[in-house]
Every structure is written in structure tokens, then in C-alpha cells.
Design a protein around this ligand. Sequence first.
Ligand code: PHE
Length: 458
Amino acid sequence: MKIIYKRQTTMKVAQFSRIGFIMAAAGSAVGLGNIWKFPYMTGEYGGGAFVLVYLITITFVGFSVMVAEMLVGALGRLDTVGSFEKLAPPNQKGWKYAGFMGFNGLIIMTFYSVVIGWIFYYLFEIFSGLPIQTDQAKAAFDALVGEKAGIQIFWHTVAVIIVGYIVHKGIKGGIEKFNLILMPTLLLILFGMLAYAMTLDGFSKAWDFMFASDWSKINSEAIVRAVGHSFFTLSLGMGAIMTYAASLPKNASITKTAFIVTFMDTLIALVAGLVIYSFLFHEGAPAAQGPGLVFISLPVVLSNFGTLGTVLALLFFLALAFAGLTSAISLVEPVVQYLIDRFGWTRHKAVIFSSLLYWLVGIGALLSYTKAWGALFSIGGKPLFDILEYTTDSILLPLGGLLIAIFVGYILQKERVYAALEHEMGEKYFNVWRFSIRYIAPIALVFMMLNLMGILNI
Ligand code: PHE
């Protein structure tokens, strides 16, 4: 059967501008993973050693896979399934199934948009005052998550609608435009907060906590989570970067762009961690707080700063909302592009269909944390929310990364890869990169998955 791709039949395909692409890819990478998850995971797994594993993985695995993923998109110029299919050699067209990694985005969105909903709720709650005591803040957060299903569904729905609206406007008029506004604003807010945090005496403690490696606290779970998180935070292994790269301007350098995005993403995670822990340690609060860190501890700590604290909280949650939204659109776009490319659907129809899907499962995810419905939406005692998060973050994204590494390292003709990248990297670095994508990345990923499955236990 001959498949006709809409993109190939329509002459004019929207392309990002160069800066638009960088902002969109960085917008995808910089998300809740950086500002919400990275800081609390660092706290849970003991600080410096976790940060170090994370930084090593980003440098030696994350960056290489980012280049590979951009390459598949930029050469394929189709949706994820189409790109794999088009680039695979004639007798290996089965690789197109790897393209279904694009659907992971919708799985992630089921809980991602619930968390964005919490952020929206907090943005409004801040106006009625910050909680003064931890007990009070914890009770408020627990009440939201454990009891207020209706309110959560409301804000989750708001998040779904906003994301759908932006995606439905397309690459140029929606995704690029919003990223060009939201990303610089986010940077401004975070670096402004960093400047302020540096004046606090908690800053040096935060610095030590994050950069002094205490290996006694690190265990195999921490390592697996750090590796998994480095994929999540860079948006790798599910085709988001690949999908954006299909609209990469022809003259843009893949290597340079991947480097800027990786660098920005890492920097912002570190800055977010430093800011949050400076505030926390300034007030003598402990580090290990779990997912409630920014929803419970941070507001309480900021309440001690008076009116300034309210402003800081507002700016922080605004930054969090922006980061979440720009990532969310990149989670939905792969499936939308697949439906458009493959079935000739209108963008409108594709957005409504995919939004409805994850909206519905997202309700199940949020209900799985409630007291009333928790049991119904849990499997083997584990809430659906956690199952969805763990499956994507620790299994599906690394698996996607592995497929990309194998495809680019072994399946795609070397000459093609060479022609696309050598002039950007130079012979020497090209060889280093190729070694990383053929050996280091697959070994690290397989090692991690074996660990996860309990087959290996380092
Ligand atoms: N990178 C995003 C974050 O850090 C999440 C994400 C994962 C976005 C995968 C797109 C694809 O929050």
C-alpha cells in the first residue's frame, strides 16, 4: 500500500525560524522536570552525588541522543513514524514501529497536565495568602490532592484547553510564537530569583548540598532514577525533539542547537535547585520533602519574607506554569503531527482527539490520589498516577532513547550520518559522538533497564 504523506504533497510546510526552533526545543526540555522534579529528587536522593550522576549522564548520553533524535527528525521531515519508515533501509521498514514512541507523549500528558493544574490552582491561591506553618501547608496540599477531585478536574481541564489551543495554532503561529514569549520570561524570572537567592545565607548551604557529593547516600535506585530523569528532562526518547526537528530550518546546525538546548536545560535545573534550596535552608527547613517540595515547603518558607515572599511565590509559580506549558505542547505535537501526516486529518480534529484521550486518562490519574477513588484507580496498591509516571520516566523514555541510538548508530547508513554531521562537528568529534551513540548510550540504557527489571542489581 502506498502511503501518501500530507507533508510531501503540500508544498509549503511550516518551518521554525532558527531562534524559534531553539526556543521551542528548549521550551520542550525545560519543564516541570527541571523546576519541580529535579529539585525534589535531588532532595530525596541526598544531593550532590545524585546531581553528579545526572550531570554525567546528560554529558555522555543525553547530549549524544539529543543530536541523534534531531538528526532523525531533520532528515526524515515527517512525523515520528513516517521519519523512521522513510529513513530505514528497504528491508528494515519495521523500524517504523519505533516511531510510535510519539504516543508516549500522551501518556506523560495524563499526569503532566494534572500537575500543571495544581500549579494553576496555586497561582490563584497565593492571592489569599501563603501558609505560615508546614502542617497547614501540607494539609492544604493533601486536601487538594486527596479530596478536591472536582477542583483538580477543573484545573486539569483548563490546562488541557490551553495546551490544545496553542498546538492547534500550529508550528509557526502557536508553538513558535508562544515559546518566543514564554521562554525568555521564564529565564528572566528564574535568574532574577537566583540573584536574590545569592544574597541569602542559605545560598552557600544550597550550593554545598547540590555540589558536594556524598556517595554514602547513593544507591542503585538513585542512579537509575538519575539516568531516567536525564532523559525526561531533555525530552528525549519519545519523539518530541524529533517532531520539532522535522520543521528545523534547513541551514541550522543540529550539533550547535542540541548543545544550546542541553546546556540551557541543565543550567535551569541547577538554578531552580539552588533557588529553592537557598530559600529552604535560609529558614532551616530540611531538604528531603518529596513531590510536595514546591507545593508545601516553598510557600511556607516564602511566607516568612512578607509581601516580598508573596511576590516571589507568584513569580515562581508563574515560571513553573510557563515551563510546564511549553513542554506540554511538545508532548502533544508528535501525535497530532502523526494524525495529520498519516491520515490527512485536520490539525483541529487531531488536537481534539488527542486532547480528549489524555484528558480522560488524566482524570483517572488524579482520582488515583484521592481518598474516595484511590482504590479503584490503583493497580496492585500503586496509584495509576505513579504507574504512569514510573512507566514513562523509567521505562518508555529510556527504551525510546535506546531505539534512537541503535537506529542512528547501526541502521542509518554511516555516509548519511557523516554527511549531515561531520561538517558541523569535525572528524574528531564526529567519531567521539558516534562512539557514544553506538556504545556508551546503548550500554548505559540497557544497564539501567536491567537494573529496573531487577535482573541486575548494582
Ligand atoms: N522535558 C520535560 C520536562 O523536563 C518533559 C518532557 C518529556 C517533555 C518528554 C517532552 C518530552 O518537564
